[in-house]
Ligand binder design. Structure first.
Ligand code: HPA
Length: 352
C-alpha cells in the first residue's frame, strides 16, 4: 500500500509538506503542491481520512437532517447541499427525522457522534430538544426551511436560510382576486412550522391588498400532506358559500386538493381556480398547467453549506438569516388563458 512517505519521496519533498497539502494546515507553493498531487495520482495514493481526522480534529463531513426527503422540494435542497459540499471537499451523512421531535433529536445525536464538522437541519415543528442539544454541545449548525424565532437576548442562535413565503402567497391571492375571485381559500400546512405561519400571513396580506374580507372558514389545515389536504378540500366544498379559488401551501397538498376536486367531479379552473406553492417537474405537464410558486431548493441547499463553512471559519460571527426569492410560474390553472411563454417572475428575497 502506498504511504505518505512514498508520495514525499516521489515528489522530492518532506512528509510534512505532503501532510500540509492534504490537510490545508499551511500554505504550500503552487508548484510544490502540484508536484505532490501529481505524485499521489501517479502512485494511486488515497488519503486515510480517519487518520487525518485524528490530527486535524476535523472529519470534513457534514450531517444533513431533513424530513420528507422523498418530497421533490427537499430532494432539490439535498441536491444543492450535496453539490456544494462535494465542491468544497466535504462528504455528507444524511438522516430523515420524519418531522418527529424525538426522532430528530436522536438522528442529530447520531450524526454528532460520528463527529461531523457541522450540521444542516430542517427543524421540526417542535425543535426545543434539538436546539438544546445543538447549543449544549456547541455543534456548528445551519437551520434551513423552517425558521426558528430566537429571542434577541436568548442563548443559542443559529444561521438560517429559507425561501420567502409570505410575499409569494400574497402574490397568488392578488392574482386570483384580479381575475374576479371573491371567495379565495387557503389550504395551510402543519401548524407550528414558520413556513405555515408565514404563508397564512401572506394570504391575509393578499386579501387585504385586494380589499377582500378575511373569512376564517376559508383557511383550512392540510397538515402539509396530501392525505390531510383531501378532507380539508372537502370541508371547503361543503361550506354554505364554497370558495371559487384555492391556494395550496405546498406541493403535497396540491396533489390532495386535486384528488378531492376530481372526486367531487369538479374541474380546474372551470369549477375551481387553483394556484399552488411549490413548482415540480410535472406541474407544467398537467392540463391545465399549474400556476405555481417555485422555491429555489438547490440554492437554499448550496447557501446552507456556504453558511456552515463560514461559521466553521468564524465561530464567533453574528448569526444571519437569509431569505431567498421565489419565482411566480404563471400558467393556466388560475384561469388565465395559455401564455405564449412561461415567464419566471422573480420575487424579492431578504437578508437579516
Ligand atoms: N416547507 C416549505 N416548503 C415545502 C415544504 C416544507 O416543509 N414541503 C413542501 N414544500
Amino acid at each position: 500500500m502506498t504511504t505518505m512517505a512514498d508520495v514525499a519521496r516521489s515528489a522530492g519533498v518532506s512528509v510534512a509538506t505532503v501532510s500540509h497539502v492534504l490537510n490545508g494546515t499551511r500554505p504550500v507553493l503552487p508548484h510544490t503542491r502540484q508536484a505532490v498531487l501529481d505524485a499521489m495520482d501517479a502512485l494511486g495514493y488515497t488519503p486515510n481520512t480517519l487518520a487525518r481526522s485524528l490530527v486535524t480534529s476535523r472529519t470534513r463531513s457534514i450531517g444533513l437532517a431533513v424530513s420528507a426527503i422523498s418530497n421533490p422540494y427537499f430532494t432539490e435542497i439535498l441536491q444543492g447541499v450535496e453539490a456544494a459540499a462535494v465542491e468544497e471537499g466535504y462528504s455528507l451523512l444524511i438522516a430523515d427525522p420524519h418531522d418527529d421531535p424525538l426522532h430528530e433529536r436522536k438522528v442529530v445525536q447520531l450524526l454528532h457522534e460520528r463527529r461531523v464538522d457541522g450540521m444542516i437541519v430542517a427543524p421540526s415543528a417542535n425543535p426545543r430538544d434539538l436546539l438544546a442539544y445543538l447549543g449544549r454541545h456547541k455543534v456548528p449548525a445551519v437551520l434551513l426551511d423552517r425558521l426558528v424565532d430566537f429571542p434577541a437576548d436568548g442563548p443559542a442562535r443559529f444561521d438560517q436560510v429559507c425561501a420567502e413565503s409570505a410575499a409569494p402567497v400574497s402574490r397568488l391571492v392578488t392574482h386570483l382576486a384580479g381575475l374576479g375571485h371573491r371567495r379565495i381559500a387557503l389550504i395551510a400546512g402543519r401548524p407550528g412550522l414558520s413556513t405555515t405561519a408565514e404563508r397564512i400571513s401572506g394570504y391575509g396580506d393578499g386579501l387585504a391588498s385586494a380589499g377582500l374580507d378575511h373569512d376564517e372558514d376559508l383557511v383550512v389545515h392540510g397538515h402539509s400532506e396530501s392525505a390531510g389536504a383531501e378532507p380539508a378540500t372537502a370541508r371547503l366544498l361543503a361550506l354554505a358559500s364554497p370558495p371559487t379559488a384555492l391556494v395550496t401551501a405546498n406541493n403535497a397538498m396540491t396533489i390532495g386538493a386535486l384528488r378531492a376536486l376530481r372526486d367531487h367531479g369538479l374541474s380546474v379552473p372551470g369549477d375551481m381556480a387553483l394556484c399552488c406553492f411549490d413548482d415540480f417537474a410535472w406541474a407544467d405537464l398537467f392540463s391545465p398547467r399549474l400556476t405555481a410558486i417555485a422555491q429555489p431548493g438547490k440554492e437554499i441547499g448550496a447557501r446552507a453549506v456556504r453558511m456552515l463553512l463560514d461559521r466553521l471559519a468564524a465561530p464567533e460571527r453574528a448569526a444571519r438569516t437569509v431569505r431567498l426569492p421565489c419565482a411566480f410560474m404563471h400558467r393556466t390553472s388560475c384561469g388565465c388563458p395559455e401564455q405564449p411563454l412561461t415567464p419566471r417572475t422573480p420575487l424579492e428575497g431578504t437578508l437579516s
